[in-house]
Design a protein around this ligand. Structure first.
Ligand SMILES: [Mg+2]
Length: 164
């Protein structure tokens, strides 16, 4: 049986959606009558297209999911997760500025899952480096999360377990 992580953690900006929520868009957000999420200026806001499927896949595998973001736009980020109906997937949301090491220390404390049993997806190299030092399997992503990257990440995680 392929070993699965006991916690999957996702960055938000440029991992779940293609913008920085603190600078590229204007909160507050709302859902239009046609179901489109828009910002204060009426700009369309979208996720990377496979995000719901990625989170569904993990949920069906029984892997709990958390968010870890360094954004200063805490309300806006949480509002987007609500408007996109993603809150139901996340057992924990750590959204505040600072080193991501702090976010992961809190996740370990809250879940009891050791770093070696976590997988983390992020687009920024500095976060990958910082969190990787903790012993978390870190997957550096480009162009947002998708099903292929998820599958490759889970394979990478399984190899770390085989080698330990
Ligand atoms: Mg990011």
């Amino acid at each position: 049986m392929t070993p699965l992580p006991r916690l999957a953690v996702f960055d938000l900006d440029y991992t779940l959606w293609p913008f920085w929520v603190d600078t590229h868009v204007d909160p507050p957000f709302h859902k239009s009558s046609d179901g489109t999420v828009r910002d204060r200026m009426g700009q369309d806001i979208r996720l990377y297209p496979e995000v719901p499927q990625v989170l569904d896949r993990l949920q069906s595998l029984g892997v709990p999911i958390a968010a870890a973001s360094r954004t200063g736009e805490i309300d806006g980020a949480n509002q987007l997760l609500e408007l996109f109906d993603l809150v139901k997937y996340f057992v924990h949301r750590e959204i505040y500025p600072g080193s991501k090491v702090a976010h992961f220390e809190r996740l370990r404390h809250k879940t009891g899952v050791p770093f070696s049993q976590m997988i983390f997806f992020d687009d920024e190299k500095r976060n990958i480096i910082d969190v990787g030092k903790l012993g978390v399997t870190c997957i550096h992503i480009q162009n947002g999360i998708n099903l292929q990257t998820l599958t490759q990440g889970l394979e990478t995680f399984a190899k770390t377990q085989a080698g330990s």
